[in-house]
Design a protein around this ligand. Structure first.
Ligand code: NDP
Length: 351
């Protein structure tokens, strides 16, 4: 039987990934994908800290979740300055200190745009002053000398893209970050940033961080299509479970302690509990049963299956969820074209 599958690389040529070799454990081996055209390799699954760290998860639980992800082979941990107003970075920093992993063995990101203070140059901006000052705050909270990836968390129409690109290049040249990218920028804005960097011999954006899940796929599958080929942009995608609804746990109402119950996240709760979405998730249940997996694993595996996704950033409020979600890797080879067509017909057709 041929076990090698052809994966379209985000840039230039196809990469042959041999799936025959498996780590001798019950969990499928993590493959490491290049982050777009860059040489940085990230596990297909990674772990993030939005909503959870600082709201639901303290440093002890964060440590357990990160350790469970690392045990499964994950090497990338995502964060942002704005998450719990800096507390998520402090919690991850404390967890990393206790875990005492070699710095070279993991990848950490942070993101800037919204800010954590109210001044005119401290919120909703990507101006030079904010970026060059914000990085120092994040490094102090994380207890790191550098982050591996800095993301511009949203586009800023009030700062010239040239100013932002120059500031990111300066952060990298100062050794405070190694790579930079964008999050939820329009394809045209990403192309403009790349072209500016090319023209001025500055560090180019190598990655975009978009939402991608069974209910939200237009940007990754259509809008960004040329970016993978023309600019070698990789993707670190977010909310593979659409904040938990794709796990199926909202079918019987809102479970206690879940994200949908959190104060301040009422806007998100409305989306999570949307009856049409919940009904579509229930309709996916027989497919998951036939594949011998949970709905969460099915939804995460579906994201991994897209070769233009460099890593799927998972989220979890407890270690057991991490363990379950990492096993989604076992489901990826079961997603044959027929199975994917069935999933699409239930969740929504490709854009
Ligand atoms: P998901 O859509 O996967 O949602 C994660 C949440 O779903 C968990 O916190 C948990 O919530 C629930 N859950 C997870 N696994 C299971 C399971 N097996 N069974 C039942 N429930 C489960 O991801 P996130 O929305 O958390 O996004 C992932 C990461 O992406 C973030 O942490 C962040 O790093 C990044 N992100 C980036 C954004 C950006 O703008 N760049 C925006 C949003 C996220 P509960 O407490 O309810 O159990």
């Amino acid at each position: 039987m041929k076990a090698a599958i052809l994966v379209r690389a985000p840039f230039v040529s196809a990469i042959r990934v041999d799936v025959r070799w498996r780590r001798p454990s019950k969990v499928a081996a993590m493959n490491y994908r290049r982050l777009g055209r860059s040489g940085l390799k990230l596990g297909e699954l990674s772990l993030g800290s939005w909503v959870t760290y600082g709201n639901q998860v303290d440093a002890a639980i964060a440590r357990e979740c990160m350790a469970a992800a690392r045990d499964a082979g994950a090497n990338f941990f995502d964060n942002a300055e704005t998450y719990a107003k800096g507390a998520a970075e402090s919690i991850m920093g404390e967890a990393l200190r206790k875990l005492a992993w070699r710095r070279e063995s993991y990848v950490v990101s942070t993101k800037f745009f919204w800010g954590i203070h109210d001044g005119p140059n401290e919120r909703n901006t990507l101006n030079r002053k904010y970026l060059l000052e914000a990085i120092d705050g994040s490094l102090a909270r994380l207890g790191l000398e550098h982050v591996d990836i800095v993301f511009c968390h949203r586009a800023d129409p009030e700062t010239p893209i040239e100013e932002t690109v120059q500031a990111l290049d300066d952060i990298i040249r100062a050794g405070k970050a190694l790579y930079w990218g964008t999050s939820e920028w329009g394809a045209g804005e990403i192309a403009a940033a790349w072209e500016i960097a090319e023209r001025h011999h500055l560090h180019k954006p190598v990655v975009e961080q978009p939402q991608y899940n069974l209910f939200h796929r237009e940007r990754v599958e259509r809008e960004y299509a040329r970016l993978y080929v023309d600019y070698g942009i990789g993707t670190t995608t977010w909310s593979p479970l659409a904040s938990g609804v794709l796990s199926g746990k909202y079918a019987g109402g809102v479970p206690a302690g879940s994200r949908a119950t959190l104060k301040g996240y009422e806007w998100l709760s409305e989306r999570i509990t949307d009856p049409q979405r919940v009904a579509r998730v229930c309709a996916l249940e027989p497919v998951a049963r036939e594949l011998g997996c949970t709905l969460a694993q099915l939804a995460i595996a579906w994201c991994v299956r897209n070769p233009n996704v460099s890593t799927v950033i998972t989220g979890a409020s407890r270690p057991a969820q991490v363990v379950e979600n990492m096993k989604a890797l076992e489901v990826v080879p079961k997603l044959t074209p027929d199975v994917v067509a069935r999933i699409d017909s239930i969740a929504g057709a490709p854009p």
